[in-house]
Design a protein around this ligand. Structure first.
Ligand SMILES: [Fe+2]
Ligand SMILES: [Fe+2]
Length: 373
């Protein structure tokens, strides 16, 4: 049979088809956007690589029933065809957009596109290297979804005359090595926090549609359901072997990743004040809301949650945020001593957050959850 020519990544059935789709092709390199996506700082999305053989050796038989159900649900592909423009896509007046808002919104889209594509690259590589049928099937399905998500964000960016050159990124962006268990913690968390972020914005704009200044937010509900499923898969992978969540060393690692992921989100969101004002969202309220939802969800597998109600927590976040503002200023203006001072303050703030006592839980026997927000 002849290959089917897919015109849009939204309609593709596999990651290969999605990446070969027309909307992923012929990207005019917009240097600004690609250069932004190429950055590797503590606050920008990275690309990851890992020990794929070790990951391939995971055995999911202890969670077989839940696993098969989840895979069947992902194979049924309820969001096929969803991630492309349709009649709900309102006209976007990019030229009339307030310049600061435009800059912050583009920054948001580029960073989201890079994060989606980072997932795609990692999952696709695991699928390519693996021999374990369970693992290969899962990573193929997740890579398919992320290729669609990245393609859709690039569609939105293209209207503003820019796009992220994903082929270039794949070849040239630096890859950070993480041991498999760190991939599970970090990726599980980023999928679940991604769900919480998208659903919080979606529900907020549902109640306050006058703040929906761009149509892409209308797509966030189905979008976050994909991320929710991906998170479920990682929860099952961790559940398949108790050592991932039960040894005291790994509990410390979990606390480290929770602290890093939450505080990075806080600092990064506070870098986009105009974007959040346009959405009618107070970044402090938003952060608290997202942390609350994420913490509630992660009780499915993690033995601890961060005590985000402790006054130390908010104080630490604010200190970290101020240190980062000073750090950015010092870097931009070549102020060496200010830079050292701000780095020490950021590090101290992180240690303060990390050492805030956590809440302990007993993880439930059954892991699986459905999206509830
Ligand atoms: Fe995604
Ligand atoms: Fe995802």
């Amino acid at each position: 049979m002849k290959d089917t020519a897919y015109t849009h990544s939204a309609d593709a059935s596999t990651v290969e088809e999605a990446l070969a789709a027309d909307n992923h092709q012929g990207i005019v390199d917009s240097e600004g956007a690609t250069a932004l996506a190429m950055q590797n700082t503590l606050l920008t999305p990275r690309f990851y690589t890992t020990d794929f053989d070790e990951m391939d050796s995971l055995d999911v038989s202890s969670v077989r029933e839940d696993w098969d159900k989840l895979i069947a649900q992902m194979k049924s592909d309820p969001n096929k065809g969803h991630f492309k423009k349709n009649e709900d896509w309102d006209h976007v007046d990019w030229d009339g957009m307030e310049p600061k808002l435009k800059a912050e919104f583009i920054d948001f889209l580029v960073s989201s596109c890079t994060a989606e594509f980072s997932g795609c690259v990692l999952y696709k590589e695991m699928k390519r290297r693996g021999n374990n049928d369970d693992i290969v099937t899962l990573f193929q399905l997740m890579a398919r979804d992320e290729a669609r998500h990245a393609g859709f964000i690039n569609d939105a960016l293209r209207e503003a005359g820019i796009a992220v050159n994903l082929g270039f990124l794949t070849q040239k962006k630096k890859y950070t090595y993480f041991r498999p268990k760190f991939i599970y913690y970090a990726t599980y968390l980023s999928e679940k926090i991604g769900y919480a972020r998208y659903i919080t914005i979606y529900r907020h704009l549902e109640a306050n549609p006058e703040h929906r200044f761009h149509p892409i937010f209308k797509w966030f509900r189905e979008w976050c359901n994909d991320e929710f499923s991906h998170g479920e898969a990682f929860a099952l992978l961790m559940k398949s072997d108790p050592k991932f969540t039960e040894t005291w060393v790994n509990k410390l690692w979990i606390k480290f990743f929770l602290t890093a992921v939450y505080s990075t989100m806080y600092v990064r969101d506070h870098q986009r004040p105009v974007f959040h004002a346009a959405l009618g969202v107070d970044p402090d309220w938003y952060a608290h809301e997202v942390f609350t939802k994420t913490s509630e969800i992660t009780k499915q597998i993690f033995p601890i949650t961060l005590d985000i109600e402790n006054p130390r927590w908010q104080r630490g976040l604010e200190a970290m945020q101020r240190a980062n503002v000073d750090l950015a200023d010092a870097k931009a203006n070549g102020k060496f001593f200010k830079r050292i001072g701000a780095s020490i303050r950021a590090g101290a703030a992180f240690i303060g957050l990390f050492t805030t006592p956590a809440n302990k839980h007993t993880a439930p026997a059954s892991v699986r959850l459905e999206p509830a927000y």
